[in-house]
Structure formats: C-alpha cells, structure tokens
Design a protein around this ligand. Structure first.
Ligand code: AMP
Length: 370
C-alpha cells in the first residue's frame, strides 16, 4: 500500500492545527514548522522547531512531502521560493502570497481585475503624504503597506493636521492612504480553487469585529440582495484565476448598498471560515487539503445556519458550553493571553427561532474575554 500522503505546513498555530485535525480522518499525515516547541498543531503531526525562514528547517519540513502549504501570509516569499526551487510543491502560489503582503500591490491587483475598492493612494515618505491625502480626501485611514493585521498598523485621520502624528505612530514606513468606507456591513467570501482550475465558493459570511479582532461570523449572510452573492463569487474567481491559485482563500469585503468593495485577501484558510467545519458540506480546511492533493473539492453548501464566536484572551469552560444545544467548542491548545485568539465556538441551527438566543448564550459565556 502506498504511504499516506504527507502535508507540510509552514506555521503550527490554530490554522495548522485545524488542517491537521481535518486531515486525520482522510488518512493524511502532517508535519509542521513553527518556532515554538509548544505549537498547538503538534497534537496532529510531527513538529519541526525552527524559524519560518530558516532554510535548513524548511528543508526538514518539506522532505518527502506530497505538498507544502502555509497557515500565515507573513511567511517570507523567499522561503516559499526556496522550497519551490528545490522541487517542492508549495501552495497557494507565491504570486498570491506576495500580493497579499503589500497593501498597494494588493489594491492594484484588485483594480486590474475591475474589483472595486476604497479610494487609495500610496506614500513612500512623509513628504508624499499630503498629496496622497488630497487624492483620497478626509476622513482617511492610513495603513502600513506591510505587516498590519487585526486592525494594527493603521491610523484614522480626520484632518491634514493629524498627518505628522499619524506618520510617526506608524513608524515612518511606506503607507497606503485609503478613503474611509461608510459600509453597511463587513462580509467575507471564501473560495477554493483546485489544481484543474475548478473553483468552489461558500455562502457569504457576515463579520463583526471588536477592538479590531473578529468577534462573530454568521453564515449564510441574511438579507442579501439578488446578485450580491454572484458578484462576490465572480470577484473571488477572477482573483484566483489571475494568481494561478490553489487552495482556500478569503476576501474581506465592505458592503455598501448592493455594491461590494474588496478590502484585502488572505491566501490561506481564514477565521471567518471556521463555521464551515460544522456548517458546510465540506469545510474550508478539507477543501484546502483536497486542492493540494489534486482531489475533487466537493460541495460547499451550508447545512443550515451557523455562527462562529471567537474566544479572545481566555477560553470558557468547555463543560458549560456543552450545555448549550448546537454549540461546538474548539480549543487551540494555547495559553491564555490578553487579545489572543485561543479558541472558537460554532453554533449550528436549523430552527430560526432558537439561533439568536443560542448565539446570545455563547456571547455571554465568552463575554469576559480580553
Ligand atoms: P484591515 O486591517 O484592512 O483588515 O482593517 C481592519 C478593520 O478596519 C476592517 O475590518 C474595517 O472594520 C476597518 N477598515 C479598514 N479599512 C477601512 C476603510 N477603508 N474604510 C472603513 N473601515 C475600514
């Protein structure tokens, strides 16, 4: 019998852990690379402890793998290129990874595909910032081109007088100035593209943030006008085709009336897709693995209504959550720390009456979190 397929994952956090957990019943084996010997993904595979850009560690990760993927878009493109140059099959594409790492390149890619975004203008240095703000207008959000996440690396300005402080607060690095979008709500679209170019999408997700961190996702999104879901599918498919993408992607969107503006994309499985584990025929994690192995992707239809609540800072008592019908507990095997995502709870419901009450119970149970 042929050896079970071996997947290498750069990064051993919760996303790697959920890939491993999902792949176990498929008979897949996993190896993770992470700087921490306590990486949560180690519960589901072998762990190589090393820096994510250490070539020896990367070689040890990739040895004899059938495919290598990454769980973090901050991984250096040169690390991925090193593996590709040595004959390893790494997905998603470096092209997608590079674009997602630089907000200017990302926005230009969206624009080249006729995907609407907020108005934007780059500024390499302080002297260029005033002109960039004049293009975009006030109020604006100034974001570092690289390295921002969970609302970090960005400052809102309401007048040109605030530019000096904003520039200093962001560390004097190249930035992108964006117009503030007066959105109705934040959505995301998750999709997966297989090796044969087949693309599947999950139903649109409605996301609510707290303190810059995702708190609740609901799917499928309620009250969506005809054509909006199709527009989301079209834009994500165009992005995936353009970047020769393989695997799961998430595009974060602002909905304004019936228009969708793309904010950013993540070339990986995404927090706003965790509901698909219990809530869809095939989850974002399983589809990502199937795509890497060249398998059919399967059906992404929702099984009903789902909501996902992030546990931020600390985990509630799993026994207490188990008392809530339709609540599914996920621990990431991480120690408690303020502002850290340490787990999530998915609520599934077929009964319309019960679902918001169940969600309210889960929100209350996780309310004290950092
Ligand atoms: P980001 O780091 O780009 O994902 O931004 C984090 C959050 O800031 C988003 O989820 C939005 O709530 C908000 N935000 C980012 N960019 C804009 C914008 N151009 N207009 C309005 N809100 C924004």
């Amino acid at each position: 019998m042929a050896a079970a397929p071996l997947i290498g994952v750069i990064g051993g956090g919760q996303l790697g852990r959920m890939l491993g957990w999902t792949g176990a019943p498929l008979g897949l084996r996993f190896r993770f690379l992470d700087p921490s010997p306590d990486a949560g993904a180690a519960a589901f595979g072998e762990l190589v402890v090393g820096a994510l850009d250490d070539k020896d560690a990367l070689d040890a990760l990739a040895r004899d793998t059938d495919a290598v993927t990454y769980e973090w878009e901050g991984v250096r493109a040169s690390s991925v290129e090193h593996l590709v140059a040595n004959g390893h099959d790494v997905y998603p594409s470096t092209q997608a990874l590079r674009a997602s790492q630089d907000r200017l390149v990302e926005k230009q890619l969206f624009a080249s595909l006729d995907i609407a975004t907020a108005l934007f203008a780059p500024a390499e240095e302080r002297a260029a910032l005033d002109a960039a703000l004049r293009i975009v207008g006030c109020p604006a959000i100034i974001k570092t081109r690289r390295g921002g996440y969970d609302g970090k690396g960005q400052v809102r300005v309401d007048s040109p007088r605030e530019l000096d402080a904003a520039w200093a607060a962001l560390g004097g690095v190249p930035v992108l100035v964006e117009g503030v979008v007066d959105f109705d709500r934040e959505l995301s679209v998750l999709a997966c593209r297989g090796r044969d170019g087949t693309t599947v999408t999950w139903p649109l997700v409605h996301n609510e943030h707290r303190g810059g961190i995702l708190r609740v996702s609901r799917a499928p999104v309620a009250d969506v006008a005809p054509g909006v879901a199709e527009a989301a599918s079209r834009l994500v498919t165009a992005l995936l085709d353009e970047t020769c993408y393989i695997g799961t992607v998430c595009v974060e969107l602002f909905q304004v009336g019936n228009e969708l503006l793309a904010n950013e994309f993540a070339p990986r499985v995404h927090n706003s897709g965790h509901w698909t584990i219990e809530g869809a025929m095939v989850s974002q994690f399983e589809a990502h693995l199937r795509a890497g192995l060249g398998w059919p992707l399967g059906a992404t239809d929702p099984r009903g209504w789902s909501a996902m609540v992030n546990c931020i800072g600390r985990l509630p008592d799993p026994a207490a959550i188990s008392a809530i019908p339709g609540a599914h507990f996920h621990s990431y095997g991480k120690s408690a720390r303020r502002g850290r995502k340490v787990g999530h709870i998915t609520i599934t419901a077929v009964d319309d009456d019960a679902r918001e009450q169940t969600l309210a119970r889960v929100l209350a149970a996780t309310e004290d979190d950092g």
